[in-house]
Design a protein around this ligand. Structure first.
Ligand code: URA
Ligand code: SF4
Length: 207
């Protein structure tokens, strides 16, 4: 449901469904209010024939400045875990459930603010279009926002992480968000859990 001026991204979708056209069109999206304060749309990145699509929550401060997903601290955790799980960068397309940075100001700092359900719904057409264009073998859902965007709001990462789930004619594996590793009281344990789930995804993609 579109609320609070969240009219949704659908009306901004391009005529051509390829990734280049999608990226160009997404740069002009005003499907919800988040485009107003963020610097730019951060679209997904990676090869059009990627075997794995990784979906995060939304760009962070550094991603918003650079216009690329997962290039900040969470991205470094993710890069390391992917490498250790044996998932090659050339086989992965990385994106987010929401394509603009949502934040509040704390002094001069921009603090991450969780996107609302209406914003997540508004942005879904971009994620759906990316998945249709790429048609990956495995969709890796990094955290509750990504998992609930694609699998429904009753999905619980804590209960269903690390399971291979059917997702249209592909597979999905949910895990924690890499930034949860950075916030965890026991980082090593949290990282080990992320890695174990990514290994499940690696196995699902290679069979
Ligand atoms: N967190 C996300 O979910 N996505 C990014 O691109 C960066 C941090
Ligand atoms: Fe469009 Fe998504 Fe940005 Fe909202 S967050 S303006 S729906 S691209």
């Amino acid at each position: 449901m579109a609320t609070d001026g969240n009219t949704g991204a659908a009306q901004f979708l391009p005529g051509e469904p390829d990734l280049g056209s999608l990226r160009e069109a997404a740069a002009r999206c005003e499907g919800c209010g988040l485009y107003r304060d963020a610097i730019q749309t951060v679209f997904g990145e990676g090869p059009a024939k990627a075997r794995y699509v990784l979906v995060g929550e939304q760009p962070g401060d550094q991603e918003d400045r650079r216009g690329e997903p997962f290039v900040g601290p969470a991205g470094r955790v993710l890069d390391r875990a992917l490498e250790e799980a044996g998932i090659a960068r050339e086989e992965t397309y990385v994106t987010n459930a929401v394509k603009h940075f949502s934040f509040t100001m704390k002094g001069k700092r921009r603090i991450h603010q969780k996107p609302t359900a209406a914003e997540i719904d508004a942005c879904r057409p971009w994620l759906d279009a990316e998945l249709t264009a790429i048609h990956p073998s495995v969709v890796v859902l990094l955290g509750a926002t990504a998992a609930q965007s694609l699998l429904g709001r009753s999905f619980r990462v804590t209960r269903q992480r690390g399971q291979v789930l059917p997702f249209h004619d592909a597979l999905a594996v949910a895990t924690i968000h890499p930034s949860a590793v950075l916030r965890a009281p026991d980082r090593e344990q949290a990282y080990a859990g992320l890695l174990a789930d990514l290994k499940v995804a690696a196995g699902a993609g290679s069979s």
